[in-house]
Design a protein around this ligand. Sequence first.
Ligand SMILES: Cc1cc2nc3c(=O)[nH]c(=O)nc-3n(C[C@H](O)[C@H](O)[C@H](O)COP(=O)(O)OP(=O)(O)OC[C@H]3O[C@@H](n4cnc5c(N)ncnc54)[C@H](O)[C@@H]3O)c2cc1C
Length: 424
Amino acid sequence: MSAGADEQADAVVVGAGLTGLVAAVRLAQAARGRRVLLLEAGAEPGGRARTTEHHGFRLGLGPRALYRTTRDGLRALGVRVPGRSPDLGGARALRDGVLHPGYAAAGPLLRTPLLTLRERVAVARLLGLARGRSDLAGTDAAQWLGDRLPTERARQAAFAVLRISSYTGRPDLIGADALSLHFAEVRRGVEYVDGGWRTLTDALLARARELGVELRTGWRCAVVEGGPRPRIVSADGHAVRSRSVVLAGLPQRAAGQLLGLAEAGADSPAARPLHTACLDVALSRLPDPRSTLVFGVDEPLYLSVFSRTARLAPQGGAVVHLARYDDGSGLGASEVRKRLYELLDLSQPGWRDAVVHERFLPRITTMTALPEARTGGLTGRPGVRVPGHQGVFVAGDWVGPHGLLADACVLSATRAAEAAAARL
Ligand SMILES: Cc1cc2nc3c(=O)[nH]c(=O)nc-3n(C[C@H](O)[C@H](O)[C@H](O)COP(=O)(O)OP(=O)(O)OC[C@H]3O[C@@H](n4cnc5c(N)ncnc54)[C@H](O)[C@@H]3O)c2cc1C
């Protein structure tokens, strides 16, 4: 297609997952009256925050907890989502194949027979007083816990709690700054969202439309040519010119490839993704209403009955999410699935008779790039501007010095959108 026939827009956002939806809303707010296009390769927006519906049950792609930073970021855009905090007091801990009263909250932690008094106090201090330490950039979490806790058992117990909120099973890799800052954030409270994260992406999309954003689905971006007015070209040759473009939610390597920086992406030391295995289950009834939250201690497992807290199931039914975090052990998908079933058997005996729907995701990407100690943790992540490409900005879970998971998406999307709007 010749440049003369290019479609014109003021700003373009590529990718309509959570990051792209936030970026589009913020851009449209900051540049009222300008033409903002939101281009999505898939058939619908939402990306990894999608929720599917089965006979009235809402199933997220794996478990989802909304952190305060994300919630506050959405509120600042005029988007409120209904949800509630899960009760951590009744959590159970899985150790040696047996369920014990858990220690996810301060009370149970200080009483648990799984740790000695000295261990309990040390773990409680670490978790209870974690304020977030940016000076820990460059230190891995294994070393941080090793320095602060007296025994391997105490380290395992603390990491069991930290793992749930960060999704990482690799204390030897993740930067202690990222883990401690994130945990301090999580202690401010988390919420399970009524209707699943679809509620959140639908609300963002409605807000974007209200502000005049135009969404195009089935539009896969293949190339972004830099310059004072970047040119965004689709896989089938359609081209759009605009003053600013935000590449939103694309992994670092994919964004680099669109910009012709493939070699930089391939060598990037920050490009190691984090995967998780998830089992999402809809049940017509919950066999054991007391067993609704389980943290694995000696194995990176998790189970939560989300419908106990959020509206996700029809009357009497239940939505249960299970996960096994990648700990580098290299277990095959069938073995992982077997262990998730074993946890469900233990927590909810008889569940098989009540299955309405189940979905196993052996390897979904929870973070496109883990903030590793060796790359400087959070402070080692790239910023929203792409050196040498004025008018091109990036946002996503691998961008910016703040936040993990959706928090990083919302913070970097807001920052990128403001920088993009400033060029209009
Ligand atoms: C199992 C699981 C559990 C999670 N739990 C939590 C949690 O509890 N709390 C939390 O805060 N976060 C959680 N997260 C993380 C959170 O869901 C993600 O950080 C967030 O949804 C990522 O959004 P994104 O827009 O950056 O990326 P994506 O959702 O991946 O969206 C990117 C979008 O870009 C589109 N795209 C890609 N390439 C192109 C192209 N070339 N042209 C056009 N479009 C393109 C894709 O189709 C996609 O729609 C979890 C993630 C997973 C997988």
